[in-house]
Design a protein around this ligand. Sequence first.
Ligand code: G4P
Length: 531
Amino acid sequence: MALPLKDEINRRRTFAIISHPDAGKTTLTEKLLLYGGAIQTAGSVKGIATAHHAVSDWMELEKQRGISITSSVLQFEYNGCCINILDTPGHQDFSEDTYRTLMAADSVVMVIDAAKGIEPQTRKLFKVTAMRHIPIFTFINKLDRDARDPFDLLDQLEKEFGIGTYPMNWPIGSGIDFKGVFDRENRQILAFQEFHRGQDRLSAIACDITDTEKMDSLIGEYQRKELVDQIELLDGASFDFDMEQVLCGKLTPVFFGSALTNFGVEPFLKSFIEMATPPLPRATSDGTSIATDSEFSAFVFKIQANMNKAHRDRMTFLRICSGKFERDREYCHVQGNKNLRLSQPQQLMADDRQIINEAYAGDIIGVFDPGIFSIGDTVCDPKRKVCFEGIPTFSPEHFALIEHPDSLKRKQFVKGVEQIAQEGAIQIFHEPDSGMERVIVGVVGVLQFEVLEYRLKSEYNVTVIRNNLPYQYIRWIRNENIDVKSLNLTSDTKWVQDFRGHNILIFTSEWNINWALDKNPDLILEDFHKE
Ligand code: G4P
């Protein structure tokens, strides 16, 4: 029987998993699917990605490099909850899409390798997550390998990220001595029976921490004593659990485990769905917000180009913010001021793409787009028009000068570069007073340069010359009516503009940014841009 709209929405949990490459994001995702019953054996998620490549020829490059440029959304059910996991692409395919995906999530799971602690990509993603003040859950992974001291890991999180930590469980040893975890709420240990590669669900033996005899038989006297000491220290020293602080992202619940061997995965999933919020009202551009159970509304957070080369189709991903999406209803594309029916709405279930008839606030749907949507656009019920706040433009870290030698192809070049920028894969800038023959392209991940060249060639038949530039930092100038030429800047700082005419400075080092701020006290710089 269909649930009332409010209940359907309240049972949704939409989150993104962030990590540095190799910390175990894919493995954890897969294990969550395993516990959700969405896959029967672990090891099939990578298979899905491969199968998906075989049917979508949208990017040869993806196949050639054997990587996934696409980020996907997976949906599965667990304990009455409908869970949407947003995958954030990492590795070389780290791009602005990775950041934008975080705009569509209601909470974030941060996976950290217990031997390495915080790594660079986690830092960048954390910064963007923190901007949104949404709950952040930490899963410290790979305890089955030698790990850093858990107290040190918590200390690093607190010092580097300025957040409080609350360990929900505590690891009993690490590496070959990893015996399980201590569950702080229930004051019992979960000792794992066997050490295997976690193809199936794992059963653990629960034991009250005061039951010395049983504890000794499960983890040995030495580890029991060590655990009791650590818990005493922990109970005395750690932050108090405060749900309010968790909900605004100031306190992160921390879980220790091993995704590979399934240790601690299910307890994590259970606590997570209890603590993570269902979709919450989303702010609109007029400063109000829209209740999740009112009419349908959604915003575009990702555009994936060229699903079908012959038609130049794109797939646009919408995050539903309120109400129920129905397949054959007419909706309004607010920015285009047009009513339309969304064509072939799709959802990626655990193992398959499916055309869907309905979806609810919290869900992500993909629709075919003939080229009308831009990142941040709103689609809603025509009866109740709303417009969501735009999605910020994030700082690219790599820049290149792109020129096209063939003046006859100028039109295609401009069209191609502009369309690819509209999809949000690249950002384009120009030097004030220069024409469209030379464009400065900024990207978050260097692979986007290759994607750009490849797509200009294959879709627009334009070959370009690329010269990489030494800039690494971008700052938008916030001062209006500023005479940029009169600023005191280092000689290797460059003034550029985006295509809306915003003034921007690009720098080769942080030292140069500090110089600019020092020598021009009135200058206001920002490292992301929001219309
Ligand atoms: P990512 O998506 O964050 O990049 O990481 P991924 O899950 O692909 O994991 C990276 C490597 O770390 C994989 O090994 C994976 O098996 C391993 N791994 C993940 N979680 C754990 C864990 O809890 N314990 C241990 N010991 N290893 C873990 P690989 O050798 O690169 O791949 P594979 O051959 O195992 O698939």
